[in-house]
Design a protein around this ligand. Sequence first.
Ligand code: NAD
Ligand code: WQD
Length: 340
Amino acid sequence: MQILVTGGLGYIGSHTSVLLLEKGYDIVIVDDLSNSNIEVLDNIYKITGKKPTFEKIDLKDIRAVSKLFKDYKFDGIIHFAAHKSVNESLKKPEKYLSNNVGSLENIIAEIKLLENPINFIFSSSCTVYGQADSMPINESFPLKKAESPYGESKKMCEEILKKLNNSNHSFKNITLRYFNPIGAHPTGLIGELPIGNPENLVPYITQTAIGKRDFLSVFGDNYKTKDGTCIRDYINIMDLAELHITCLEKLIAVEDENFFKIYNVGTGKGTSVFELINLFENVNDIKLNYKIGDRRKGDVISAYADTTKIKEELSWSTKYSLENALKSAWNWELNLNKDE
Ligand code: NAD
Ligand code: WQD
């Protein structure tokens, strides 16, 4: 089986690529390196002993995408490639819409030319729910007005996939609305490596702990939550990577040529910023320098998943802990800096 992994050198894509190779799939990684590094390819090889095929392609380039589909015959596609900075998207909305929506449109143009229904997994985000009216969030909750062009791009992609499913073209799809992935591979060879200033909490924590940043700013401690800080559903990257294998196997096995499902992907448990910081300090036996700062514009107060649907329909639930994720994130940061 040959699987196209777009954005396969990025954070979630690299962890999933490792598991796909370990499971015996042939993979073709496509990445334009806009938010990743070619060394990730060597590290995937170090972990698995297998060299995935790599194509440096910008998926916005329709001719390159067309050639890709002529050069290979894919049994499945996992579409991770996208820009993901909420902050940057507010400053450069067009960049986000043209990349995130444009790349998907180019791939779909090729899918429409295929004779057999392709198995397609799409990376969506909990951001499509905005601030939900109650917790936990289930898949039938309304999608609120997007807080950012990044969020808008994910909503638009979901609409495009729904339209394709409603057309008479056969197409098997699972769309995954990830909550907050954290942690790194147990080898410490791959992990989350944001280019520039990290926006996400865990990379900011590890970079502060190692001394690259003076302090972590906690964005508000006066929310109406258990300890005043925001609540999120942090999921271990290894659970998330494994889920993609489960979804792929499901799509391959299912006979319905118009199979179309949307799932929340989280642990079902809400964790506050303070709780996450305390856990990081405890499991790694380290003191973190943090200060209380202003609220961050656009932050939802609370977001955690109702995971009933994915548990029932895919028999999937998380098995790695938050402690494990925070240890592995720290191990990854230490590894990154061991030569400096
Ligand atoms: P990432 O930035 O680490 O990985 C994305 C990869 O896609 C990068 O390697 C980048 O170089 C590549 N890419 C971007 N545009 C491309 C293009 N036009 N052509 C080819 N390659 C391109 O991000 P990630 O955290 O691994 O996220 C993967 C997916 O999951 C994204 O779609 C993201 O929106 C979604 N997601 C991520 C999170 C999160 O917190 N990490 C949460 C919810 C959803
Ligand atoms: C987590 C918590 C912050 C940094 C983002 C995207 C969302 C989705 C997941 C892609 C929040 C707090 C953070 C810091 C802090 N991604 N924080 N100090 O906000 O849930 O969502 O990633 O689809 O679309 O918006 O994740 O990691 O940025 O923040 O206090 O320096 O940590 O306020 O409560 P978030 P995050």
